[in-house]
Structure formats: structure tokens, C-alpha cells
Design a protein around this ligand. Structure first.
Ligand SMILES: [Fe+2]
Ligand SMILES: [Fe+2]
Length: 288
């Protein structure tokens, strides 16, 4: 019997299941014994569509958690706003910070949350801004403001914000958040985009929780635009942790995902739209 079920509702690629769709974005439904948490919403209604195809009811989720303010994780809030329920939305307070992507011609494209807080609140969404680490439900933790410790995770230079003087500076991504669940056998980690660095995030969680096994990690790793050296350093660091299953998604990119598949063999999978991951009472990971 599954202790935790993770259902990928939105990803850049889709599993071969009838009716399941993909888009650039990420969204996962986390179901544990008594909790139901929606982590991210993709960029459109697609997560909702895929949930319906998979028979997952999202109208009664206990909380919606946002990994950061980019449009490809927050765009689907509009769909939740149309339901009319009082959804609790947990995020770091920087989630509404205006953020941009540098274009080839030097211009900036807005890539932050497409809606402002007051609009979403007028539609019934209730924001609760979380601290750097917060237990949002028994055994389920939100973690952000991850220290940048590795030398090889440099951050994406194309992703920027404007400082108080209006200067364009690298996005600090204080809001880059992940979720982890504690079980007796180890941790289950769900990453959003890993803008602070996948290895930084996992190191930080292990610093908080001790050197425990990581039963499963899924989510975006932001390796799509990095050097091959960063990918191999990431793989090396992951080998140094007790990661028992690794399911990559979204901004991992196809090349880095292929490298990881070679490195982790049967422990590797692609956490695509429509993939359902069950973690059983023995810590086993079953994919559907
Ligand atoms: Fe993303
Ligand atoms: Fe992002």
C-alpha cells in the first residue's frame, strides 16, 4: 500500500497515457495518509485537465504550495481562482517579485507570476507566506532560502530581477522552494525548478534532517542550460548521497536527463505529465 503518492500533473513531456498533455511547466499532486498538497500549477489549465484524466480531484486539496514565482509554476493559479474555493496558498514572500529573462537582443521579457496577489485573493485564494523552513502539515516541510554552497551551481545568468535602483541583477531566488516528506525510512523530496541548485537543496535538507536516506527525489533540476561539467559534478554529488530513486522533470533538459539515466540506471526515471509514483511502506518506489 502506498504511503505517499506523487502524481505529476504538468511537465514538459508526457507519459504515453491517453489524454495526458505536456507544456513547459511543472505541477505535482502529493497525497499522504491524510494530506493532499498541490505543488505548483504549471503555466495554464493543463494541470487541471491532466488531473481530471487521471481521476484526481483537486477541489479539496489542503494547500497549494508554490516553488517560486515563475509563470510556468504559477500560471495555473487562474484555474484554481475559477473554482471558487478558499484555497490556502503557501509560498515564500518573494513569490510576487517581478522577474525577467534576458533575451538575445538584450531586452527583458517578464516571466514572473502573471497575476497579482490582490486579484488572486479577490477570487478566494488565501496566501500564507512561509518562513525559510516550515512544517506545513505533519511530516511535510517547505524549505526555501537555501544556502548556495557548491561552487559548480552558479545560477542561470539569463534570469534576472531589478534592484531598488532599477539595475538589472541576477535573480537571488530566495523564494526557490522545495517540499520534503519525512517517513520512518527516509525522505521524499519534490523540487520545483532548483534555481538555488539541486545539490545545494539536497545538502541543505540533509543538514536539517541528518544523513538519512532519500527514498525518492523528483522535479525540475535546472540543468537544461548548464555546462556538461556542472551536470557531471551534480551526478558525482548525487552519488555521494543515499538517493534511492531519481525522477527528473521539467527544466532538467533532455541531455542532462540522458546523462543521469546512464549514471543511475534502474534508479532513474522521468517524472513526466501523467506519471504516478507510489512510495510503499518499505520505501519501495513503484511507477505507474
Ligand atoms: Fe520552471
Ligand atoms: Fe523557474
Amino acid at each position: 500500500m502506498a504511503v505517499v503518492t506523487l502524481t505529476v500533473l504538468c511537465d514538459n513531456t508526457a507519459a504515453m497515457k491517453e489524454g495526458i498533455r505536456a507544456e513547459h511547466g511543472f505541477s505535482v499532486l502529493i497525497e499522504s495518509a491524510e494530506r493532499k498538497i498541490l505543488f505548483d500549477t504549471g503555466q495554464s489549465d493543463l494541470f487541471w485537465h491532466n488531473a481530471e484524466v487521471l481521476g484526481k480531484d483537486l477541489t479539496d486539496v489542503d494547500a497549494v504550495v508554490l516553488s517560486h514565482g515563475h509563470y510556468d509554476h504559477t500560471g495555473g493559479l487562474q484555474r484554481l481562482a475559477r473554482v471558487g474555493n478558499s484555497f490556502k496558498v503557501v509560498a515564500h514572500r518573494d513569490v510576487f517579485m517581478p522577474r525577467f529573462k534576458k533575451q538575445k537582443d538584450g531586452s527583458l521579457k517578464y516571466i514572473g507570476c502573471p497575476y497579482d496577489q490582490s486579484y488572486l485573493e479577490s477570487r478566494g485564494l488565501m496566501f500564507e507566506f512561509a518562513d525559510a523552513r516550515e512544517e506545513i502539515a505533519p511530516g511535510i516541510f517547505f524549505v526555501s532560502e537555501v544556502p548556495r554552497k557548491t561552487v559548480f551551481e552558479k545560477g542561470d545568468p539569463l534570469l534576472v530581477v531589478k534592484d531598488d535602483a532599477g539595475r538589472v541583477v541576477p535573480d537571488p531566488f530566495r523564494d526557490d522552494a522545495s517540499i520534503y516528506l519525512k517517513t520512518e525510512l527516509g525522505l521524499i523530496v519534490i523540487l520545483g525548478c532548483s534555481h538555488r541548485g539541486m545539490v545545494n537543496i539536497l545538502y541543505h535538507i540533509l543538514t536539517l534532517e541528518g544523513d538519512v536516506p532519500i527514498l525518492c527525489v523528483i522535479g525540475g533540476t535546472h540543468l537544461a542550460r548548464v555546462s556538461p561539467a556542472q551536470t557531471s559534478e551534480t551526478i558525482k554529488a548525487l552519488h555521494g548521497m543515499k538517493v534511492e530513486a531519481l525522477g527528473v522533470s521539467h527544466c532538467t533538459g533532455l541531455d542532462a536527463a540522458d546523462e543521469m539515466k546512464r549514471a543511475f540506471g534502474e534508479r532513474f526515471f522521468r517524472a513526466m505529465s501523467g506519471v504516478v509514483i507510489e512510495i510503499d511502506e518499505k520505501g519501495g518506489v513503484i511507477l505507474q
